[in-house]
Design a protein around this ligand. Structure first.
Ligand SMILES: [Zn+2]
Ligand SMILES: [Zn+2]
Length: 318
């Protein structure tokens, strides 16, 4: 089959990859549409050691599901952590923290930038009828955005700031606006402002952010400067949610966090079901984030496009 292969920090298009075979409890999926995200770009830079097919954001058709044929022919999205169900974290109800997990296109498991992929049936969610592929492909990042609300009680009276209005920051700000809270986002350019407008999220330039004013700040830049801005914006005893990973080691003046009694919450993968409900109810529409759709054979060019500054989402259509 055709796919994008990462090896030794080099991404190549190949047409000689073996079609994967579903293991016990798994389904074979034919990828309809896949999204390139910051994690994929970091992996090409060598941020994680990985050899194989990249990609974890997708919508696909179930080609075969030997143990549950009722799934065959269904259009699905899928959770990316494949868990053991038996370790202490799984048994304690924290499956995304499974000690023996593999992660689609990230850790120990080939991903979705290919014609076919496999996932356990337990990871699959039917894509609701009427939700286009171009929307459903954003389910994994919207679920990650919703994890903020899963972890932190957002009151409708809260003032909330999202630092960073890029790919993920937009989905975080839009979904937070649905809580009724007073949501603002730090912007750098006009397209970010336009994307926030339908959701009534207040755009703020960095120098306009009022100090010590926010109940909750979500840091979605992954940069030490973004983290410092988040700390300046949150009020004492407020909450800062870290929604991005930091390449290398970020320098932080932690004593201010202690003195001001600020809570720091790490945040990663989130719940798919509410993300799908938002799509089905058309409360959110991610399609304005799409900059381009490339065929797999032009995947290397698609990655170069996705890495340009100011680009939101580049999709691959196998
Ligand atoms: Zn991602
Ligand atoms: Zn486990």
């Amino acid at each position: 089959m055709r796919g994008l292969w990462l090896e030794g920090g080099r991404l190549t298009f190949r047409d000689d990859l073996p079609r994967p075979k579903p293991g016990p409890g798994e389904a074979l999926l034919r990828v309809r549409l896949a999204g390139i995200c910051a994690t994929d770009l970091e992996m090409v830079k060598g941020y994680y050691p990985f050899t194989g097919v990249l990609g974890h954001e997708f919508v696909a058709d179930v080609v075969s599901a030997p143990e549950a044929p009722a799934w065959e022919g269904r259009r699905v999205v899928g959770e990316i952590n494949v868990t053991c169900g038996a370790c202490a974290q799984c048994l304690a109800g924290r499956p995304t923290h499974c000690e023996r997990r593999t992660v689609l296109g990230i850790l120990g498991r080939d991903g979705v930038f290919a014609e076919y992929t496999t996932l356990p049936l337990a990871n699959l969610h039917p894509a609701p009828a009427g939700v286009p592929d171009e929307v459903a492909v954003f389910t994994e990042p919207l679920a990650a955005a919703l994890e903020v609300q899963q972890q932190v009680h957002i009151r409708p009276t809260d003032k909330v700031l999202v630092v960073g209005a890029g790919r993920l920051g937009q989905l975080v700000a839009w979904s937070l606006s649905l809580t009724g809270a007073d949501v603002a986002a730090v912007v750098r350019h006009d397209r970010q402002v336009a994307l926030l407008r339908p959701y009534r999220v207040t755009p703020l330039r960095e120098q306009q952010v009022p100090r010590w004013s926010m109940d909750v700040v979500v840091e979605a830049t992954g940069s030490p400067a973004g983290l410092a801005l988040a700390k300046d914006a949150v009020h004492p005893r407020g909450v800062v949610v870290l929604k991005s990973t930091y390449a290398g080691q970020a320098r932080v003046d932690l004593s201010r966090w202690v003195v001001d009694e600020v809570q720091m919450v790490g945040s990663r993968c989130g719940p798919f079901a509410p993300a799908l409900r938002h799509w089905a109810a058309t409360r959110l529409d991610p399609r304005p984030l799409i900059d381009a759709i490339y065929p797999l054979a032009e995947g290397v060019a698609a990655f170069a496009h996705a890495a340009q500054s100011g680009v939101f989402k580049v999709l691959l259509r196998p």
